[in-house]
Design a protein around this ligand. Structure first.
Ligand code: ADP
Ligand code: MG
Length: 680
């Protein structure tokens, strides 16, 4: 039997049970071995019947006294059995399991586990687990508790794993090179695989877990690093000339770039002159000036006679970017074309024609820009945001047409470097860790709904002074089940409270054109207050807006709150973020405290990660990463660091994994990613 053998090769796994296991994604012996316990019960410590506790589970050895007795309590049938040891005896009780009458044999010894109850001075245990004891019984053990599989009991799962481990024991091939195991003090594969399921001791468990967590991180990181090498190696990248064009461009800006922006530009310059294809992620907090960096790179590509493409996550944002690119590029003689899904057929046809014949040099749009039917004249640079990672698929689509553009990915979610390496291990990473000078600190306050009148008065005052405000509500329409503010009713309420203000409302169910009109009016200063769902979350830039009011703020994650807050504080006026919530849960309170204490995106995202847990935080599916089966991105950060170091060391020694000792690792890696469409 091998890792790759189907589970049906196991004793007692027939068609029916195999189907149930398949539903949990368990198809092979290897999958079963990676169905890791979610908990353990320590049955290595045995109790005597006289000392059984009511509060904890007890494990004890006892001999069966006589036959089981069956009876009835109302609609239930029950089976009662007496067992004893050298200190006392106790009653075991099962409901509606008549077969228990004969399941245990009189006079035999079993190992029982269960919680004791006292009823009218009678001590009993309902539905204890039991195991028959062989002559060579050497004491209880630590037993695994598995994530449940519908229709398959814990006992059965345990027996499958026991059997599978027996079959493969000693034959599992090591994927970690010996020198790495030595350097990082990692347990051997067979030991780890056995002891993660049935740990001999607590120490054995920790050793086993550490090794398997390391292995999981190591495989993933090695795969990502290799993928990057492959992307870089695949064909040669366009060599751009005259990087000083980016300096020229900077002269046309109304500000000078921060040192952090300049550093990123020099990294981009190195990439795009190297002869390799750039795959670079630019990380920077909201407002750190990522767009300006993207513009400079686009300008440079265009000066080299290539087209540059910017792909935005929403129509509203695409339009906004379209405008700001046109403002800066048109005076420089560069033609900007907009391409979105909601454009009229005629407009679209015109845009497509300009893109195809090269008249359009800068193309800004939603993901419409990479859809079928869009032919580029000569594409040199693609800029996207992290939600639209320019995937392997899109790359090969363009490559088929003989294009191999450089790729720049932008993200406003600053995350610790270790994690960035896992999430974006296929990309080189640049960080803008400095905000442009003169930014106003944003005052953040958390209040409950009793402050609402005072807040409205404040909004009125700001509007009277010519400034603007955003109000965010979580829902569009009233929802009876949830008592949260909804945009439509709220807007009416606000209009009643502030009759002298011009108040508009925008939400995700509106047509793109309608949304755009409202956003434009707000940007032009014709509206004082904009009530909205989170459609304005990403990237909107209205420097005159000074208040961000967020209702039911407990319903937003930290990263989202931080993004929303980043919409204000963009001009020269003092700005405020007001979080309104009546929630008293620990997580809501901690979020509120974090928001009022800091505006540092790195601190906030780390806190977010801690509060939400890595699964939710990353939505690893969205990132196309295989699911982690045992490792925890947050808790196991220290091991992650070591695994990254090791992966780097390994690939420096053996970049293509051609050495004999890495053969198994290589085949594990390709099996891992096969069919998983790692769409990076
Ligand atoms: P991000 O995309 O990182 O959130 P933007 O590129 O949209 O940030 O920049 C936010 C605002 O700051 C814009 O109005 C932009 O013009 C301005 N800005 C960018 N870089 C600088 C700089 N170095 N100095 C002053 N203002 C800047
Ligand atoms: Mg931006």
């Amino acid at each position: 039997m091998e890792r790759t053998s189907p589970i049906t090769e196991l004793k007692n796994v027939g068609e029916q049970r195999a189907k149930k296991l398949h539903r949990m994604g368990i198809e092979t012996i290897g999958d079963l071995l990676e169905h890791y316990p979610r908990d353990y019960k320590d049955r290595s410590r045995l109790t005597k019947i006289a000392d059984l506790s009511e509060t904890d589970e007890n494990t004890f050895l006892a001999r069966v006294k006589g036959e089981g007795q069956t009876g009835r309590r109302g609609r239930l049938t029950f089976t009662r059995l007496q067992v004893f040891d050298d200190t006392d005896e106790i009653t075991l009780l099962w409901y509606n399991q008549p077969y228990m009458k004969t399941a245990l044999k009189s006079g035999e010894v079993y190992l029982f586990t269960g919680r004791m109850q006292k009823k009218y001075n009678r001590r009993e245990i309902v539905s204890p687990e039991y195991e028959s004891i062989k002559d060579n019984f050497a004491g209880g053990r630590i037993v695994p508790v598995y994530p449940s599989v519908d229709g398959i009991s814990q006992k059965m799962l345990r027996s499958y794993l026991e059997e599978a481990l027996k079959q493969v024991s000693g034959t599992l091939t090591e994927e970690l090179p010996l020198w790495i195991r030595k350097k990082y003090h990692l347990a051997e594969k067979n030991f780890a695989q056995t002891n993660i399921h049935f740990p001999r001791t607590e120490e054995a468990f920790y050793d086993a877990r550490r090794r398997l967590v390391f292995e999981e991180f190591f495989l993933l990181q090695t795969a990502l690093f290799s993928l990057r090498e492959e992307l870089l190696g695949r064909g040669s990248g366009i060599v751009m000339e005259h990087p000083e064009a980016m300096d020229e461009f900077q002269k046309s800006l109304p500000f000078s770039m921060t040192n952090a922006q300049k550093k990123v530009l020099s990294e981009i310059a190195a990439d795009m002159t190297s002869g390799k294809i750039m795959s670079r992620l630019v990380q920077g907090d909201v407002g750190s000036g990522k767009t300006a960096v993207a513009m400079a790179a686009a300008y440079w590509a265009i000066q080299n006679g290539y087209q540059a493409v910017l792909m935005a996550p929403t129509e509203v944002l695409a339009e906004q970017h379209g405008k700001s690119f046109t403002e800066l590029f048109a005076p420089l003689g560069i033609e900007v074309a907009l391409l979105t899904g909601s454009m009229k057929a005629k407009e679209k046809r015109e845009a497509l024609a300009k893109i195809a014949d090269g008249t359009a040099q800068m193309i800004v749009g939603t993901h419409a820009v990479i859809q079928k039917g869009v032919e580029y004249h000569k594409i040199g640079l693609v800029i996207t945001d992290e939600q639209h990672r320019f995937g392997v698929r899109q790359r090969s689509m363009l490559a088929e047409k003989g294009e191999n553009p450089h790729v720049l990915v932008m993200t406003a979610t600053p995350i610790p470097r270790t994690l960035a390496l896992i999430l974006y291990g296929d990309l080189d990473i640049s960080i803008i860790d400095e905000l442009p000078p003169g930014r106003q600190q944003i005052d953040t306050i958390g209040v409950n709904t009793s402050y609402r009148q005072r807040i409205y008065a404040f909004l009125g005052k700001e509007a009277a002074a010519g400034r603007q405000a955003y109000v965010i509500c979580p829902m569009i329409e009233e929802n009876e089940k949830m008592e949260v503010e909804n945009v439509l009713d709220y807007t009416e309420k606000l209009k009643g409270a502030l009759p002298e203000c011009k108040i508009a409302c925008v939400h995700g169910k509106m047509k793109a054109a309608e949304k755009q009109e409202i956003m434009d009016a707000f940007a032009a200063g014709n509206t004082d207050i904009l009530v909205s769902t989170t459609v304005i979350e990403v990237g909107i830039n209205v420097p005159n807006a000074t208040v961000m009011l967020i209702e039911n703020s407990e319903r937003f994650g930290l990263a989202q709150l931080h993004q929303l807050r980043g919409r204000v504080g963009r001009g020269s006026e003092k700005s405020y973020c007001i979080l309104v919530s009546d929630a008293k849960t620990k997580i809501a309170v901690e979020r509120m405290q974090t928001m009022t204490k800091t505006t540092d995106g790195f601190v906030i995202s780390e806190m977010d990660l801690k509060l939400r847990g890595p699964g939710e935080f990353f939505g690893t599916r969205q990132h196309g990463l295989p699911e982690l089966k045992i490792a925890n991105l947050y808790r196991d950060m220290a091991i992650l660091k070591e695994a990254q170091q090791a992966a780097g060391d390994l690939l420096r020694k053996d970049p293509q994994l051609e050495q004999e000792e890495n053969a198994h690792l290589k085949s594990r890696l390709s099996a891992w990613f096969e069919g998983k469409s790692l769409d990076l």
